[in-house]
Design a protein around this ligand. Sequence first.
Ligand code: 5GP
Ligand code: ZN
Length: 116
Amino acid sequence: MGDPSCIFCKIARGEFNTTFVYQDDEVVAFRDLHPQAPTHVLVIPRQHVDSLAATTAEDDVLLGKVLAGVRATAAQLGLVHSGYRTVLNTGAGAGQSVFHLHAHLLAGRTLAWPPG
Ligand code: 5GP
Ligand code: ZN
């Protein structure tokens, strides 16, 4: 179901005809509107959940599906050998701005550590 006003729920339902670089029964992946690297893709569950902090043990399978979606998306985009970074911002204090859980997949440039 999800929040009818949630932008990522709308994207997952195909309401904006977003191109999915990867999709399966559980997740969809699409390019970030404001890319922070040459490759910047968001992998989201089709099911609405606000954030990692809002999940419980009942969501552990879904969380695994999100990571599996990142793995599949990276393979689809040919990033397995070059490497990629996966980021989950959890809570406004950590930079989360869209409250539908999403994993950032970043690649295509040198990524500094520690992150900013
Ligand atoms: P957060 O800051 O919550 O970790 O990441 C949210 C991300 O979603 C941001 O990188 C932002 O650019 C992206 N974003 C926000 N709205 C949209 C949208 O409507 N379409 C797409 N493709 N990305 C969006
Ligand atoms: Zn949502």
